[in-house]
Structure formats: C-alpha cells, structure tokens
Design a binder for this molecule. Structure first.
Ligand SMILES: [Zn+2]
Length: 108
C-alpha cells in the first residue's frame, strides 16, 4: 500500500512573513503567506470541528483579532503544530491541508 504521505507537495521552508503571519515555501517553488487569524480559524482539531458532522464549532467571535503563533513545531514529516497566542495548541496542520487552504486564503 503506497503511503499518501510520501507523495504530494512538501514545504522546504516554514518562516514568518511578519510578526503574525506564516510563510511557507513549497518544493514546487510556490511561496504562500498564510494570515495568522485565517489559519487559526481553519484549525482542524476536534475542539474546533465536530468530528462526527465535520461542522466547524469554532466561532469567529471567540478568536482574538490579533491571534498569532507563539511557536511553530514540526510534527514528523507531515505536519506542523501551531502554538497560538489564545492558548490553543491542539491543531495539526498537515501539508495536504495547508495546500488545500491556499485556495481559501482571503484576498489571495
Ligand atoms: Zn483547534
């Protein structure tokens, strides 16, 4: 069984675009800036999304406007974990998800 994790795009560099936003340079040369609050709102963890229905339970109003990563940690070879300034740390952002999110970035 081929592993889906061995396929597809991978980041070569994960940095800060500025004080808040995250910038990822992908292996295919694409550079993408992910606005911090946008990423926070797209957190895929079980606290933010109902696992049974897939419905987002996280409310816009519960996330501070200036939310930003206090830390970014790589998880294995497939994801990053973001330590948000609002105390939320349970979301894993896989490469696959981060690629999917490119199309949803506001104004991008
Ligand atoms: Zn979450």
């Amino acid at each position: 069984m081929p592993s889906p994790l061995s396929e597809g795009p991978k980041p070569v560099e994960i940095t800060r675009a500025n004080q808040h936003d995250i910038k990822i340079r992908w292996k295919d040369g694409r550079e993408v800036v992910y606005p911090a609050r946008f990423l926070r709102m797209e957190c895929p963890c079980a606290v933010c999304v109902d696992e049974l229905t897939g419905r987002r339970t996280l409310k816009e109003s519960s996330v501070p406007p200036d939310v930003h990563p206090n830390g970014i940690e790589r998880v294995g070879r497939y994801a990053i974990q973001i330590y948000w300034s609002d105390g939320h740390t349970t979301g894993l952002y896989t490469w696959e998800r981060l690629r999917d999110l490119i199309d949803k970035i506001p104004g991008g």
